[in-house]
Design a protein around this ligand. Structure first.
Ligand code: NAI
Length: 342
């Protein structure tokens, strides 16, 4: 029976722990995937390779789909983010991050159902920084009509196909009149010309964040430029139980790389207590993506079984510490595997 080769990048910090758990759960669910492991990040450096080795990039270009653990980026010095490089080099322009309440995870709100669509290739993440003179530095925010239009079209198409309720742009075009101005102008044009009957809203980001924490149910699909998308993703994760439960995908026209929203969590790395659920949910997104793009029914079935199993585990109180439980990474993975079998 056909299986799909998927590049697996364990990453740094908690990455190897959570990817191992996900591999075991996908094997137990008989997901038709074959792993092709490659390295990136500090792990690659430790093996004497580049931080983002060409062989890793080429493997993703060859197999078209990858799942990755988080990669550490040094703060305030050192090499530029592997995650950002990967997204740019493979032109993975749309980051999509569903943020949903889970039945077994109690938070302030019980009915959050949001999807963040983040522009993944430009903005302040362009990394164009400059020391003008001692004590004066600048960072350049880049917005191109092409990328702003492309991400707006992607968000509206996604929202329409998935029968979502509304697209909301968070922006700061009152201050960044050219860059954020371009972002909303492109969104308005795409809306007017191609999706005029679809509900559309714009909010200045500071007020948007206030409304979000007051009542997240008033939002549905959020369209954001790169940095705002990064920050608002973590804010929204906090509404549904934290970074341990929010998955993500970086999608381009050719390739897709699935990864959790969280980072390498150096504070808990190596302790066996990280929550593998965010990466597991990313793997479910990956199976559905392969299912849709390659017409693989077994992938969709495995995705559904895994989803049912982790929801049952949570409902039975089987949780890692970040969610108020006491299980470690491997014990939670076993709880899901038992429910896949039982
Ligand atoms: P982080 O997301 O790694 O951790 C923030 C907090 O959430 C920590 O207290 C951590 O223990 C907790 N946490 C995160 N994931 C968890 C999980 N699965 N289970 C339980 N608790 C979890 O963010 P931080 O500390 O700001 O960044 C650490 C490193 O990760 C940095 O080098 C950063 O650049 C990198 N990073 C990488 C990303 C990626 O590879 N896509 C994304 C975000 C950050």
């Amino acid at each position: 029976m056909k299986s799909h080769s998927v590049v697996l990048i364990p990453g740094d910090g908690i990455g190897p722990e959570v990817t191992e758990a996900v591999k075991q759960i996908l094997a137990a669910a008989e997901a038709p995937v074959e792993w092709v492991q490659h390295e990136a990040g500090l792990t690659a450096l430790a093996q004497g390779k580049d931080v983002l080795p060409a062989e890793t990039l080429n493997a993703i270009r060859e197999h078209r789909v990858a799942i990755k653990g988080p990669c550490t980026t040094p703060v305030g010095k050192g090499f530029s983010s592997i995650n950002v490089q990967l997204r740019k080099k493979l032109n993975l322009y749309a980051a999509v991050r569903p943020v949903r309440s889970l039945d077994g995870v109690q938070t302030r709100f019980s009915n959050v159902d949001l999807v963040i669509v983040r522009e993944n290739t430009e903005g302040l993440y362009s990394g164009i920084e400059n020391e003008v003179t001692a004590g004066v530095v600048t960072s350049m925010k880049v917005a191109t009509e092409m990328a702003c239009t492309r991400i707006a079209r992607w968000a509206f198409r996604y929202a329409q196909q998935r029968q979502r309720r509304k697209v909301t742009v968070f922006h700061k075009a009152n201050i960044m009149k050219l860059t954020d101005g371009m972002f909303i102008r492109c969104a308005q044009q795409v809306h007017e010309k191609e999706f005029s009957s679809f509900p559309y809203q714009e909010l200045i980001i500071d007020a948007g964040c206030m409304k979000m924490v007051q009542d997240p149910t008033q939002f549905d699909v959020l369209l954001l430029e790169n940095l705002y998308g990064d920050v608002v993703s973590d804010l929204c994760a906090g509404l549904v139980g934290g970074l341990g439960v929010v998955p993500g995908a970086n999608i381009g026209d050719e390739d897709a790389v699935f990864e959790a929203v969280h980072g390498s969590a150096p504070d808990i790395a190596g302790k066996g207590i990280a929550n593998p659920l965010a990466l597991l949910m990313s793997a479910v997104m990956m199976l559905n993506y392969i299912g849709d793009t390659r017409n693989c029914v077994r992938c969709q079935q495995a995705a559904e079984r895994i989803k049912t199993a982790y929801n049952r585990a949570l409902a039975d109180g089987q949780k890692t510490r970040d969610l108020g439980g006491s299980l470690g990474t491997a014990a939670f993975a076993n709880a899901v595997i038992m429910r896949l079998r039982g």
